[in-house]
Design a protein around this ligand. Sequence first.
Ligand code: 57M
Length: 361
Amino acid sequence: MLLYLTDYLSQHYSGFNLFGYLTFRAILSALTALSISLLVGPLMIRHLSIRQIGQQVRDLGPETHLLKAGTPTMGGALILIAICLSTLLWSRLDNYYVWVVLGVTLAFGTIGFVDDYRKLILQDSQGISVKAKLFWQSAAAITAALVLYYNAQDPAIEHALLIPFFKDLLIPLGGFYLVFTYLVIVGTSNAVNLTDGLDGLAIMPCVLVAGALGIFAYASGNAVFANYLGIPHIAGSGEMMVFCASLAGAGLGFLWFNTYPAQVFMGDIGALALGAAIGVVAVIVRQELILLLMGGVFVIETVSVILQVASFKLTGKRLFRMAPLHHHYELKGWAEPKVIVRFWIITVILVLIGLSSLKIR
Ligand code: 57M
């Protein structure tokens, strides 16, 4: 939004040309979102506490979690406000990718809000049913997939699966693009949701993966860099760097309060929205397989649940002490911060490997 002003002012004062640079706007976007999170965080925590919007903790989980009962949750609302304000301020609003990614983020955030609201405010422990949650997630994801499919500027690239670490290796998806895109968005959203089970465990990998996707967006959106790196040029995708920067900034600001011992949880409103946001950005910049790699912690957590349920149903025995995997290590005696930081370190390693695919091909 501010770009309309700075574009005008730059005609009279050359210094305002700075705001035309994507990298500068991304830095401002991150700092704006970080500032909003840090400044509004305490007010939000106080508001949630006064409204007694506190986490209910099931007694099935590790005993250490019982102490967490009553921790204010739905803090993800602050993350979404910071992301939306910062993105609207610093991105080019005539770029349709910006509206697609904001629409998906807010749609999944709304689904999470309704679930949290029912559980925490209406005291309905079930929240919205699994079927209803999946239905609305599917509606949002399929809508985004259709919009991206029919607005593709270069279908040969934008409807193909990019194979990382190989130069110009694209597999045309055709109509399967819609199914694949749906799976990426809904899968990432629910994987982040499952991962959000320890203080800061989900938000830091979201910050790291979003930051890396921002770099991919910058490279893909720049014809010269895309050509030099041997990745597809996707005109306009560079603006995703501004969105990713706002997600990273808002996430770091939230982590200030969510770090162990957490003063606030993000709730489904945050977890579902952040996962969907990361998923749709990966689709826009054609880096779904790199997302699978960099978001490996989300994948491992989800697979651990699938394996645990399958094992229990088939053999009556559990593979892990408890799933998702972070609970398994807690029950092995690892202190919560140890589990969290080690999962963060694994994410840093996976993100660095993912970024290396920009050069190794
Ligand atoms: C999302 N929610 C946390 C918080 C957060 C099928 C099964 C695997 C489903 C899964 C499940 O219920 N997942 C829901 C995970 C919950 O966090 C809230 O939920 C929001 C995210 N959606 O923002 O509001 C608890 O996580 C802890 N927490 C923190 N710090 C944070 O920053 O400590 C969260 C954020 C919070 C708090 O204790 O209450 C969650 O874990 O539910 N179920 C599970 O994950 C359960 N696993 C399980 O049942 N495993 C079984 C089978 C089904 C695989 C098994 O291993 O045999 C575990 N979770 C709980 N209790 N709460 C274990 C039992």
